[in-house]
Design a protein around this ligand. Structure first.
Ligand SMILES: [Zn+2]
Ligand SMILES: [Zn+2]
Length: 256
């Protein structure tokens, strides 16, 4: 099975060498799609971007049946065409689209939550996601819908389907209409409560007509590669979804 969301040192926030990633994946009997960060027009200039030619020059020799080369594109209103060009420039296997910035603030940092109730902060995040996926029609899968839960500064950081059902439904319907996958991000799946809430969102995805999910750990180091994949398999079964990965931008079914 592929871990379809992995960063190496080409990404600003990872120091992992690709050889280390490959070794760790082999030990775990997992294949990899490398998805380096490309958040164009990141507020701190030059961060979270990489040189596409350089990336392919360095990493093409590792490419094969068990290692594919993708990109994690930051979904943002002010760089849609530039992002599209990036995905067309390189011969990527896979394009994952993710919201990291809302109102040009990284939801990783406390500033985003200042003077915002949880309701406001989460609504804005989901509204950015919805408008983003309507325009970023060149992605294959949408990354970590629960990204904000990792970093929000509230006692209860969960994204409850029932609290944002209208907006979440719109997001899911848009993905389904455009034949896009949802990523099942495994980062938070060791937390039972998180898994429970994630399940309600993926069940709804299925109810609305969704079929395909990509499974990714968002690993930035070797330990995280393939983490919680056993939980992901259970969730996929429970929600009656199919796991897929992308090779040369084409959907391939996982045998799990
Ligand atoms: Zn991400
Ligand atoms: Zn990532």
């Amino acid at each position: 099975m592929f871990d379809t969301h992995v960063h190496t040192k080409v990404s600003t926030d990872s120091e992992m060498e690709i050889e280390e990633a490959i070794k760790s994946a082999q030990n775990k009997n997992i294949s990899l799609i490398i998805t380096e960060h490309m958040d164009l027009k990141f507020p701190e200039k030059g961060l979270f971007c990489f040189d596409v030619d350089d990336y392919f020059k360095k990493y093409s020799k590792y490419r094969g049946n068990n290692l594919l080369l993708g990109v994690e594109i930051g979904i943002k209103d002010d760089c849609i065409e530039e992002s599209r060009e990036v995905t067309e420039k390189g011969l990527f296997d896979y394009v994952l689209g993710s919201v990291h910035l809302v109102d040009n603030l990284d939801v990783y940092y406390e500033t985003y939550y200042k003077e915002k109730s949880k309701q406001e902060a989460y609504e804005k995040y989901l509204a950015t996601m919805l408008s983003g996926i309507q325009k970023y029609d060149f992605i294959d899968s949408m990354g970590h819908i629960d990204y904000i839960c990792r970093y929000a500064r509230y006692d209860d950081r969960e994204l409850y389907y029932r609290d944002f059902s209208d907006m979440i439904d719109e997001i899911l319907k848009t993905l389904i209409d455009k034949d896009k996958c949802m990523e099942l991000n495994t980062r938070r799946l060791s937390d039972e409560n998180a898994a429970k809430n994630i399940i309600s969102i993926y069940k709804r995805f299925k109810e609305l007509g969704g079929k395909h999910v990509t499974v990714g750990s968002d690993a930035h180091n070797t330990t995280a590669i393939g983490s919680n994949f056993h939980v992901a398999r259970e969730i996929i079964d429970l929600c009656d979804l199919k796991a897929v990965y992308f090779k040369e931008r084409k959907k391939e079914y996982e045998k799990i």
